[in-house]
Ligand binder design. Structure first.
Ligand SMILES: *Cc1c(COP(=O)(O)O)cnc(C)c1O
Length: 338
């Protein structure tokens, strides 16, 4: 039986056409810069997003870390949201491996960092303080889209204060599709962006960091040091190119499926569903029901990590029909309680 896996959009498996593209990929040694497919992926994405250069990474964590280290020196700090992936979910790599002090700020309910908070936390040039160097935003964050007017405002602030601006754009294309704009517009004003190919875009592996030629040159050295210099990586880059060509527009389907899932679950007494913007649905489940609901869903072939605030993610391998099955399974569970 095929399972319906709602834990993350990382669980997608490459389909036959993507596998065929991987199979046919021309390859070379990418540490020598000689893999034509990797080079094409890097150039294609960088050009389309409005950057000078791109660099293929094995993961978004590695791409973000290399970006932070390339922007900041030892003893510098970067301003970041408490809920940001780079701060919260990457093992503290910026501090541990980069000697960069994170300066976390509370994310607003819409996922943004308040510009006044950013401004107030920038440290003066004084030997007591770490040197503030960089602001890092994330879009989408927890499935929420940062408006273009907001990112433009932060870009102007960064420029005015002489700070770099990095975008963790793991799901940047979800934001672009939701806003009905190009990826280039979402990335406007940023000095660098890290884009995941392995999330909703459905490639098995990889992220691309885009930035200036200079920044990417520094990042290439750090990537090597982090053990991320891959050799015939063209087989992976081919999957990324296929994903960029075929799987961007269809993110709208994932958003529609997430909206349908939220609407269906919202009809159930006992569940509270947060408003949904893209492909991530947050559902509040009574704590005493979590384990039983998870077991019930598992019996129906539905994989989800059920907790008091459950995250359900739609993606390439979840159809509208399967979303309906999930809603039915949840309704059955709560009906049988009564
Ligand atoms: C998944 C994710 C990453 C890291 O990507 P990995 O490839 O899993 O290391 C970074 N930022 C955000 C917002 C993500 O969702």
């Amino acid at each position: 039986m095929k399972t319906i896996d709602l834990r993350s959009d990382t669980v997608t498996a490459p389909g036959p056409a993507m596998r065929a593209a991987m199979c046919d990929a021309a390859v070379g040694d990418d540490v020598y810069g000689e893999d034509p497919t990797v080079n094409r992926l890097q150039q294609t994405l960088a050009e389309s997003l409005g950057f000078e250069a791109g660099l293929f990474f094995s993961s978004g964590t590695q791409s973000n870390l290399a970006a932070l280290i390339s922007h900041c020196q030892r003893g510098d700090e970067y301003i970041v949201g408490q809920e940001a992936h780079t701060y919260r979910y990457e093992g503290g790599g910026a501090a541990v491996l980069g000697s960069i002090q994170p300066q976390p700020l509370a994310n607003q309910p819409d996922g943004s960092l308040e510009p006044a908070d950013i401004e107030a936390t920038i440290k003066p040039d004084d030997i007591h303080f770490a040197r503030t160097r960089l602001i890092a935003l994330e879009n989408t964050i927890g499935g929420k889209v940062l408006p273009l007017a907001y990112t433009a405002e932060v870009a102007a602030l960064a420029k005015r204060r002489g700070l770099g601006l990095h975008l963790d754009g793991a799901r940047m294309f979800n934001a672009a599709v939701k806003l009905g704009v190009t990826g280039r517009e979402v990335c406007a004003g940023f000095d660098s962006v890290s884009v995941c190919l392995s999330k909703g875009l459905g490639a098995p592996v990889g992220s691309v960091l885009c930035g200036s030629r200079d920044l990417i040159q520094r990042a290439t050295r750090w990537r090597k040091m982090l053990g991320g210099g891959m050799r015939q990586a063209g087989v992976l880059a081919a999957a990324g190119l296929y994903a960029l060509e075929h799987h961007v527009e269809r993110l709208a389907d994932d958003h529609a499926n997430a909206a349908a899932l939220a609407a269906g679950l919202g009809e159930i007494d006992g569940l509270r569903v947060e408003p949904v913007q893209t492909n991530i649905v947050y559902v509040h489940v009574p704590a005493q029901r979590c384990a039983a609901l998870q077991a019930h869903l598992k019996q129906r072939g539905i994989v989800a990590g059920i907790g008091p605030r459950t995250r359900l993610v739609t993606h390439l391998d979840v159809s509208a029909k399967e979303v309906a099955e999930v809603i039915t399974a949840c309704k059955d569970f709560f009906r049988n309680l009564q």
